[in-house]
Write a protein that binds this ligand. Sequence first.
Ligand code: SF4
Ligand code: SF4
Ligand code: FES
Length: 947
Amino acid sequence: MALIREIDYGTPKKTSEAAVTLEIDGKPVTVPAGTSLMRAAAEAGVQIPKLCASDNLEPFGSCRLCLVEIEGRRGTPASCTTPAEAGMKVRTNSPKLAKLRRGVMELYASDFPPDALNGSAGVNSEFQEVAVAVGLGEVRYGLAGRNHLSSEKDESNPYFTFDPAKCIVCSRCVRACDEVQGTFALTIDGRGFASKVSAGDKPFLESECVSCGACVQACPTNSLLEKTVIQRGQPDRSVVTTCAYCGVGCSFKAELRGDEVVRMMPFKDGKANHGHSCVKGRFAWGYATHKDRITKPMIRAKITDPWREVSWEEAIGHAASEFKRIQAKYGRDSIGGITSSRCTDEETYLVQKMVRAAFGNNNTDTCARVCHSPTGYGLKTTFGTSAGTQDFDSVEAADVIMIIGANPTDAHPVFASQMKRRLRQGARLIIVDPRRIDLVKSPHVQADYHLPLLPGTNVAMINALAHVVVTEGLVDEAYVKERCDVAAFEQWRKFVAEERNSPEATEAFTGVPAADVRGAARLYATGGNGAIYYGLGVTEHSQGSTMVMGMANLAMATGNIGKKGVGISPLRGQNNVQGSCDMGSFPHEFPGYRHVSETAVRESFEGAWKVHLQSEPGLRIPNMIDAALDGTFKGIYIQGEDIVQSDPNTQHISAGLRAMECVVVQDLFLNETASYAHVFLPGSSFLEKDGTFINAERRISRVRKAIAPLAGKADWEVTVALSNALGYPMHYNHPSEIMDEIARLTPTFAGVTYEKLERLGSVQWPCNDKAPEGTPVMHIGGFVRGKGRFMITEFVPTDERTTGRFPLILTTGRILSQYNVGAQTRRTANNVWHDMDVLEIHPSDAENRGIKDGDLVSLASREGEITLPARLSGRMQPGVVYTTFHHAMTGANVVTTEFSDWATNCPEYKVTAVQVQLARHISEWQEHYRQTRRLTTRIEKESTAND
Ligand code: SF4
Ligand code: SF4
Ligand code: FES
C-alpha cells in the first residue's frame, strides 16, 4: 500500500477518432488529433516539466516551463498549448531548454520561502519536484528584492490554509474552481507583480467557496494545503476506497501516515467522480476517530439504566438469548431487523440473510423505505428494473436536462459539477421544484424553465407535461411502436389527453403558469436527448410511486430511454442505498428484487442457505412500529440506521421502540435510536473494513480497509457472530466470500468478483455472462421487462391539506455541508457552515407573522411542534417553508406526518401542513428531548469489560 501516485498527463485526453503520428525525442508516438505535445510526450513516457498545466484543466500556457523544440520551427513553444501534428519532430530536452527552464525556476524561487523549497517544511510539493527535475541550483537573484514572503495567511477555512507567500499565480486553483467545480469563486486580482489569488476579496470562509478542495488539489506549491497534512505530515501510503456519504460514490485514496489518515484524495481513475470530490468526502472524515465513537459493546436491562460496558461475547450472547426468549414467548414473527444503507453490500446481505434464515421470518427492511422505495416500484413496473437507467457520464451527451425534486449542488455535488459542465457547453435546463434551488441561476448556468410547483402536485405536473407531448404531436411514435406495449400506451395517451390533465386545468393545483409548462414540455420533447434526474422531492410523497411511473411514461413517449444522454436517473441519497435494496433488504424481495413468493427463487436460497424460508412478505418498518404498539412485535436488530431521527413522526417511532423488550442497535455513535436500546454493538466506519458500495448509477465499487476496526470487529463480523449465537451458523473468512455467495444466488450479480473489481476498478450491474464488464446504460434495444409499460397516473391530492389552522406547507431536505441525520458531519468542522437547522420562510409570510430573520419560531403541525430560528429567503415561494433534519435537537420529524406512498409506504416528508409563529421558548418536545437524552445516554465507565 505504498503511496499511489497517479500520472498527470498535463492536458485533458482528446477523443477524436482521427490520429496523428509524430516523433518525440526520436520515438514515434500516435495520439488522437488535438492532443497537446505535453500529453503526447507523457503518453510516450516522457514527463515534460510543468507548473501551470494539469490534465483535468484546459491548457493555460503561463509558466513557460514546458518549452520544447520542434524541428523546422523557430523558438521554443510551450508544449501544453501546442497541438501535436503529423510528422512533427519534437525535442523535449536540450542544453538550451534546460537553461531556459532553470532560469524560469530561479525567478520563481527568488520569491519563494526557502524551507518550502528545500523540503525542510516537511511536506513535499510539485514545485519542489520540478525544481529538482530542472536542476535548480543556486538562486542568483536571492530573496533580498521585492517578494511576497510576508503576505498574510488565510486560515479561515477549517480544512485548508492559503499561504500567499508560496503562490506563483499559476491560476490552477482558479481554473479548477471554474472548470472542475463550476463555482467560479476564485479570481486572479491585480496585475504583474501585484497579481494575487482572491476569493472575491474575502477570507475563503466568507466567500462563495464551497470547500470542494479542487483548488487545494490543483495547487502545485502547497500555497493551498490541507491543515491535516500540516499537522500530521507527509502521507507515506494510500488505500483506494469509496466515499461513505452520498450516492455519487466518489473514489478516494485514503492517504495515511502510519495508522493515521492524513487526507482523502479524490482518485483520478474513479469512474463516478473522475478525481473530483465535495467537502464531505474530501474533508469531513474526522468523525471516524471522534471521541464520541463507542468502541465497547454495552447492555442494560431498562432504557433508563446507565449503559454497562461488556465483552463482545456477553453482548452478542445476551442479544441472541433475548431474541430467542421473545420468539419463544410471542412467536416467530415478533422480531425483525433493519439493514443499513451506510454499510457495505456484504453486511447488508448478511443482515437480511440472518433475519430470513435465523429469525425465520421476512421482517427485514431498510432506510430506502423512507427515500427511494417508490423508485424501485415505479421503475420495475414500467421498465422491469428497480434502478436508474444511466451512468453519470451519460449527462455529457444530454441536450435537455430536466431536474425534478432534487438539489444536486447540495445533495450530489460532484455529479452537479459534471452536470454544470454540460450546461455550460450549451445543454438546456428545466427545473421542477418548489424552491429556487441554486441551479435555477448560478454562474454561467441559467434554467430555461423553472416550474415552481406547490409541494404535493408532482403528478398533476407530469401529467400536464405529458398532455402537451400527446396533444401537440410530439410523441416518438416509431419508438413507442417498436419498444413499448402499444395497448397500454394507447390507454395512457387517451388518459393524459383529457382536458383535466392539460397545463391550463392543472395550473389550479400546481400554481405554475400553463405557458411555462407547455414551453418546458416542448423543449424536453424536441430538444434532442432528454435526460430526467430526480430526487426525494419525487419519491417522498403519497403519490411517489405514481410520479416515478409518470416520469417513465414521459420518457418512453419521447423515446428518451435506452441510449446515452437520456434516461431516468434517481439521485440516491445514501452511499449504499442502491446496494441495500439490491441485496434483498425489503421484506418481500430476495437479493436481485425477486419476490419471496417465487418458489424457484426461494428454493435456490433454501438450497444454498440450508434452511426453510417463508413465502409471505414480512413487515415493513412502519408495520414493525405499529405491531410493537399493538404488542405483537417485541425485538429488533438495527444496523447503522437512526430511525428515531430519520423516520417521520418521531413520537410514534419512539413509542414503538419503547414498547419493545429487546432493541439492539449497532452504530458508530450512541445515536437517537440507541436511547431506546438494550444492547449496543459498536459499528465500524468505512475506513475500517472491506466490502463494496453501489452508487446511484448501479456502480459496484470497493471499500478497502485502511485502518483496523476501532472496536475490534467489522460490522459483517458482528452479524456473523450474532447469527452463530442464534444457532444459524455462518462462516466467512473475508467479505469477498460473501460477494461470491451473492453472485451465485443473484443473476444480475453473477459476474461480480473482487478479482474483477480489482481489475476494472468498478462495474455496473447487471454484470453477468451477457454483460461481463457490466452495464453502464440500461434498456438498450429493449426493456428488461420486454415491452415498456405505460401506466395510468391519476393525480390524487394528498390527504394532508392546509387549513386556517395550518396554512403553510412544510417541505424538508438537506444541505451541502451536513449529511442525513448528521451523525457523521455534526462531528466534523462542517458545523461552521450549518450548526443548526433553520426554517426558510418567504419574506411576505414572515412579515405577516411579525417574524424577522433569526427570530426563534415555532413550527407546528397536526403531529407535533418544534422551535427553530427563522431565515427569510427569497428562494421560497409564499406559502411554503423549508427545513433540514440534520440536527437531532431540532426534531424536524416531530412535525412530519404518517402519510405515505400508496405503494411502498415511503413517508410523505415533502408535504406537511404547518403553522409558523414567533416563539418565546423551545417546544415541549425539545425540552423533553433534552432531559431524556441525558438520561438514556449515561455510560457506567467502571465496567469490567475484558476486550
Ligand atoms: S494558490 Fe496555488 S494553484 Fe492557486 S495560483 Fe497560487 S500557486 Fe497556483
Ligand atoms: S459527492 Fe457524495 S460521494 Fe462524492 S465526495 Fe461528496 S459526499 Fe462523497
Ligand atoms: S505547463 Fe505549459 S506553460 Fe505552464
